[in-house]
Write a protein that binds this ligand. Structure first.
Ligand code: ADP
Length: 397
């Protein structure tokens, strides 16, 4: 069965066409600058060269049309016509408390996603636009919504309630939601397979370390705690996001810099984290290079990043009263042996031992702990598109 996976941003649309039987990616690409001058689409059919073409895309509707044209093109297309696509799976960022699993889209679902717009103002409206564009262009094809927040809906109240006046939760739904759920679910399931234990009977900590980063405690197949909060700003230090900090800092920055709360949050989201602290880059490749050249600020940034990850891993060992396995995933987690080694060096008290030779890999699924390590440690490449395709098939079969 061919499944089209769509991930819509406010001015972008990422897509993959996946055959759900072989799980092969038949084609993938990205529409950029939607609604902006100079919009273009890049498209790669499996085994072929990447093609880039400038096409006017005033809205996501034209973007979907461009994707359909490429997929069915006589020369570079991979299907004869769009009826071969049996369903579309959409990444939706915020499902609030409405969705604890993926759902088939109908009018009520769209309305509920819209009710979460306040919680993810940059993402949810774009996700709805993408869904509606697909409904319009492919009226006979079912759409499935897969939420970043859904996996974390199993967290207990003790994990998701903030200690603020309770009416803020009751009236405004202010609570921890957590994100990257599709990735945490995918990676923790795969980790169970690699360990050879029953998913519903083990404790795993997933470190999703990309430009955005979050850590998740998965106990008996369920998310029981995670580092991101009401929004993705919370938790570990990220590429450009600060992660956790004393909320009073917001007032101090606003006063000293003479800016409003909105601008302070912009600074904490886009100019902080590894970028802000190092003054060099948000990309860990640049930080590693600077550390190697003896840059003192890069080293301080590296150490602060490691400390922030270790704090959560340690906390989640305590939350679950133990841990069987730890998995590293996403851009940094998959490709940065230095970070994995530095984090694991803090965990020797758990009996964790890392094999340096095995750890010296990039982008591959591998066990990096030694055979006698008490906790198994893995690199598990995440694949959110495949996870969305699997969820979609499960709902339309
Ligand atoms: P996003 O949250 O945007 O999906 P990614 O998961 O792609 O982010 O992670 C981006 C980060 O991954 C970059 O900051 C970079 O440091 C790191 N990264 C990606 N590829 C590599 C690589 N080949 N080697 C080292 N680091 C990498």
């Amino acid at each position: 069965m061919e499944i089209l996976v769509i991930n819509c941003g406010s001015s972008s649309l990422k897509f993959q066409l996946i055959n759900s039987d072989s799980e092969d990616v038949l084609a993938k690409g990205l529409c950029e600058r939607i609604g902006i001058e100079g919009s273009c689409i890049s498209y790669t059919a499996s085994g072929k060269e990447k093609i880039t073409k400038e096409i006017p895309m005033p809205t996501h509707h034209e973007a979907i049309s461009a994707v359909m044209d490429f997929l069915t093109d006589d020369v570079v297309g991979v299907i004869a016509d769009m009826s071969e696509v049996q369903a579309v799976g959409h990444r939706v960022v915020h499902g609030g408390e409405f969705f604890s699993e993926s759902v088939l889209v109908n009018d009520q679902v769209i309305e509920q996603i819209a009710q979460c717009n306040d919680l993810a103002p940059l993402h949810n409206p774009a996700n709805i636009i993408g869904i509606k564009a697909c409904m319009d262009k492919m009226p006979n094809t079912p759409n499935v919504a897969v939420f970043d927040t859904a996996f974390h809906q199993t967290m207990p109240e003790s994990a998701y309630l903030y200690a603020v006046p309770k009416k803020y939760y009751e009236d405004y739904k202010i609570r921890r939601y957590g994100f990257h759920g599709t990735s945490h679910s995918f990676v923790s399931k795969r980790t169970a397979e690699l360990v050879g234990k029953d998913y519903s009977d083990m404790k795993t900590i997933v470190c999703h370390l990309g430009n955005g980063a979050s850590i998740c405690a998965v106990e008996n197949g369920k998310s029981v705690d995670t580092s991101m909060g009401l929004t993705p700003l919370a938790g570990v230090i990220m590429g450009t996001r600060s992660g956790d900090l004393d909320p009073s800092i917001v007032e101090v920055i606003a006063e000293k810099e003479d800016v409003g709360v909105q601008e302070v949050l912009n600074i904490l989201n886009k100019k902080s984290g590894v970028l802000g602290l190092s003054g060099i880059s948000s990309d860990f490749r640049d930080i590693n290079a600077a550390v190697e050249q003896g840059d003192a600020q890069a080293k301080k940034t590296f150490d602060a990043y490691i400390r922030s990850v270790v704090r959560f891993v340690g906390a989640y060992v305590a939350v679950m009263n133990g841990v069987d396995s730890i998995a590293f995933t996403a851009g940094v987690g998959e490709n940065n042996p230095n970070i994995r080694k530095a984090v694991c060096e803090h965990l020797e008290y758990l009996g964790i031992q890392v094999d340096d030779a095995k750890n010296n890999t990039r982008g591959e699924e591998v066990e990096i702990s030694t055979p006698d390590s008490k906790v198994k440690v893995f690199v598990v490449p995440t694949n959110e598109e495949l996870a969305i395709a699997r969820e979609t098939v499960a709902l339309v079969k």
